[in-house]
Design a protein around this ligand. Structure first.
Ligand code: FAD
Length: 456
């Protein structure tokens, strides 16, 4: 079969680089696709899906290569790498941008839109690909106020398990459109193009930052949990335990980023941040300062260095501050390495979700990025992370696919009703299981919290 793009079969020169060269996580899994195709266009994708069917192989997909588990790296599969498809086309009349899935949301799409006075609330780390990010929901800039990035998908082009290129939106193939907004790596098709509704670029992006010594963790996190639902919904609100720029040890950073058009609006939107009861203990206290997405992206790149080994996990937290905060003690104050960071991300007040596969969220998103360099530290770092997540179980509602790795830990990530509907659509759309679906150590316990399974 002839492709416009390049195909590397197992054993070919260049296969190993094709297999793992675009994977962000420095921990490279020992899973070996039969072939990796760098598709040049939609016809290549269609041809690869048909080839996989003929040869009795599965189909796996890679866009940005940033999934923690490297979901797309699967045995007995043709891995479709979409990195050579890089279309971006903005339509001024509608504000809709057409974009290929491997385009990097921050590094490539954001400057393209910013030059046109527009933005898309894509992922925080600039190098994340739009494909994986959007299919799992997409926790982009100001998710608490603007909603999930997948909510701004107007349509998509999808190559189905039958090898047909179709449009999926609210009117055409609505079952595919529903599933693609939340199924993540369980999606049964190849998205070759997204049509995304952009929004005006805020004219006066404004930030407040407070940096506390770690021993303030309990007062600060309790205050945040009591206050965050009342903070203006134009503000992205996070608390991080990390080594801030210019410092030599971990500290607790509270960062509010207001998506506003004037400095006055910024001051007003961020005002509640000035009510922290231990504000006089802050090492750094910046109030309503001008910033830019370019500057915010730089800091994201610093926090997420390339070439490192990562173990990442997350939890949707629920419960009162008295129930939740004490369980965050070690995660916030005893990081196993200098690069490790813990993220508390406000989603309050919780917005109702539209009818799409993504259906699990809570007011607090907690993610831990354990980051190190030396393979000899794997066991220590991974067991530290596992201990933090186990400590949080009594206040954990479930997991977000984006920061999950089901080969390590798999929780509930979707409502039961949506999970059943997703299985039904999959059975109809991909009856032979051509697409690889979720990579997990136990397919029978997918979408379950293990500690709830044996409850009567
Ligand atoms: C440093 C870093 C920071 C991050 N920050 C955020 C964040 O702020 N918010 C957030 O929500 N997430 C974040 N994530 C998580 C990230 O969004 C997910 O890992 C996402 O899967 C990455 O998408 P990708 O296309 O780069 O990954 P890939 O590994 O290429 O794709 C992941 C999987 O998605 C599916 N997929 C991808 N493209 C397609 C397609 N075109 N058609 C069909 N299926 C496809 C496949 O199953 C694929 O295996 C971050 C990850 C990293 C590494």
């Amino acid at each position: 079969m002839k492709f416009k793009g390049e195909i590397f079969w197992q054993g070919d020169a260049g296969y190993e680089e094709a297999r793992v060269g675009r994977i962000f996580n420095g921990r490279r899994p020992a899973r070996y696709p039969k072939a990796v195709l760098f598709a040049e266009d939609e016809q290549d994708v269609v041809a690869a899906v048909r080839l996989a069917k003929e040869q009795g192989l599965k189909v796996a997909v890679r866009s940005g290569g940033h999934s923690w588990a490297a979901w797309g790296l699967r045995d007995q599969a043709i891995l479709l790498d979409l990195s050579r498809m890089q279309t971006m086309a903005y339509d001024e009349a509608t504000g809709i941008v057409q974009v290929s899935p491997a385009v990097k949301g921050g590094q490539t799409l954001a400057p393209y839109l910013e030059a046109r006075g527009r933005m898309f609330h894509g992922g925080h780390c600039p190098t994340v690909g739009l494909g994986g990010f959007l299919l799992q929901g997409g926790m982009g800039w100001n998710c608490r106020g603007w909603g999930w990035a997948a909510e701004a998908i107007v349509a998509m082009d999808v190559v189905t398990a039958q090898g047909e290129l179709v449009r999926a939106d609210a009117q055409h193939n609505p079952d595919l459109f529903w599933a693609a907004r939340g199924a993540g790596p369980g999606f049964f098709g190849v998205v070759t193009r997204f049509y995304l509704q952009t929004r005006p670029l805020p004219k006066a992006l404004t930030q407040s930052t407070q940096i506390y010594p770690l021993d303030c963790w309990q007062e600060v996190l309790t205050w945040l949990q009591e206050t965050h639902a009342a903070v203006d919904t134009r503000v992205e609100l996070v608390a991080l335990s990390l080594v801030p720029p210019g410092m030599d040890r971990h500290a607790l950073v509270v960062h509010g980023l207001a998506m506003v058009d004037t400095p006055e609006e910024g001051r007003e939107a961020l005002a509640l941040l000035e009510t922290c009861p231990v504000l006089e203990r802050a090492l750094v206290h910046q109030v309503a300062q001008p910033t830019s997405f370019a500057q915010e992206r730089q800091e994201q790149l610093r926090q997420n260095p390339e070439g490192c080994r990562y173990a990442v996990d997350n939890a949707w937290l629920q419960g009162s501050p008295a129930e939740v905060v004490p369980r965050l003690h070690e995660a916030f104050t005893q990081p196993p390495t200098a690069k490790t960071f813990t993220l508390w991300f406000s989603m309050a007040p919780l917005r109702p979700l539209p009818d799409m596969a993504l259906s699990l969220q809570s007011e607090i998103y907690l993610a831990i990025y354990t980051i190190w360099e030396d393979e000899a530290d794997d066991a220590r770092c991974r067991s530290w992370l596992a201990r933090q997540m186990a400590t949080l179980e009594p206040v954990t509602l479930g997991q977000y696919l984006g920061d999950s790795d089901f080969t390590t830990r798999s929780l509930k990530f979707m409502s039961d009703a949506n999970w059943a509907r997703l299985q039904a659509i999959r059975a109809q759309r991909d009856p032979e299981g051509l697409f690889v679906s979720y990579l997990t150590s136990n397919p029978l316990t997918l979408n379950q919290n293990p500690w709830e399974v044996h409850r009567v």
